[in-house]
Write a protein that binds this ligand. Structure first.
Ligand SMILES: *[C@@H]1O[C@H](CO)[C@@H](O)[C@H](O)[C@H]1NC(C)=O
Ligand SMILES: *[C@@H]1O[C@H](CO)[C@@H](O)[C@H](O)[C@H]1NC(C)=O
Ligand SMILES: *[C@@H]1O[C@H](CO)[C@@H](O)[C@H](O)[C@H]1NC(C)=O
Length: 233
């Protein structure tokens, strides 16, 4: 599976920010239509492939079952104060789509340096996430003091990625991206139309999230995962 997060360039975030019709939404404004925790059974309804991990698979060490993944998924939503079913479904379905239903957490094809976590963010996003996360921030800054330094090697990018691969962080990166990424630290929520559309569980809202914030394209298989996820939650 191929994942294409646009780099978290200033341009992307500027575009997102400029598109926002209403000022920044605060975390404490959340809570409309709040849903309960996501259970392993719900994950299995989305894809029964999460019942078990194949120990002979090349990515066996990266694979997590529904049972193993669900506590970390819920922790991620809790950490970033994401409470509505519509927002959860969009983010969870992105993670499932990008990680092959939690079968892997780094980019294997073609092996893009630094790309990973459960939403398979590309390197600038992974770096920003590591810098923003208190427990990995100092190490990330020590490894890469300057993001624009051409001397930043592929192996250094992979070392930064390794900081955020523990389950607690790897399963929360999609939530961070939605809620706290970018120069304004508002992620996708700087665009009120995305927030309203996801909370309203509309195709238009989800399309705006995928196109304007994740900067990728809607495909039938991506949409099918979103629909299954929304139905399961
Ligand atoms: C989540 O809400 C708590 C309590 O209101 C707050 O302290 C915290 O900063 C919020 N976190 C995010 C990422 O918005
Ligand atoms: C770093 O990764 C890029 C992208 O995969 C690749 O084109 C390049 O050859 C790699 N550089 C080195 C020194 O291996
Ligand atoms: C990159 O490495 C070279 C050789 O070590 C060094 O001379 C140069 O200053 C470095 N570039 C940056 C931007 O740090």
């Amino acid at each position: 599976m191929q994942l294409f997060y646009a780099p978290l360039s200033a341009a992307v975030f500027l575009a997102t920010t400029l598109a926002a019709p209403i000022p920044i939404r605060r975390a404490c404004d959340e809570g409309i239509g709040g849903s309960t925790v996501i259970t392993p059974e719900q994950l299995l309804q989305i894809s029964s492939s999460m019942a078990a991990c194949d120990p002979s698979s090349a990515t066996a060490s990266e694979c997590r079952t529904a049972e193993q993944a669900s506590p970390f998924v819920n922790e991620g939503f809790s950490t970033y104060n994401i409470t509505t079913k519509g927002e959860k479904a969009a983010i969870l379905s992105l993670m499932l789509f990008e990680s092959g239903n939690f079968k892997f957490d780094i980019n294997h094809f073609p092996g893009e340096p630094g790309q990973g976590t459960r939403n398979l963010m590309k390197f600038p996003g992974v770096y920003q996430y590591a810098v923003d996360t208190p427990e990995t921030s100092a190490q990330a800054l020590a490894l890469v003091p300057d993001l624009n330094d051409p001397n930043n090697s592929n192996s250094t990018k992979n070392e930064v990625r390794a900081l955020v691969l523990p389950d607690k962080l790897s399963f929360a990166s999609g939530m961070w991206f939605y809620k706290a990424s970018g120069p304004e630290k508002t992620g996708c929520t700087g665009d009120q139309a995305i927030v309203d559309g996801l909370q309203g569980e509309t195709v238009e809202g989800w399309t705006a999230y995928i196109e304007r914030c994740i900067s990728t394209t809607v495909t039938p298989d991506r949409k099918e995962v979103w629909e299954k996820t929304l139905a399961a939650l």
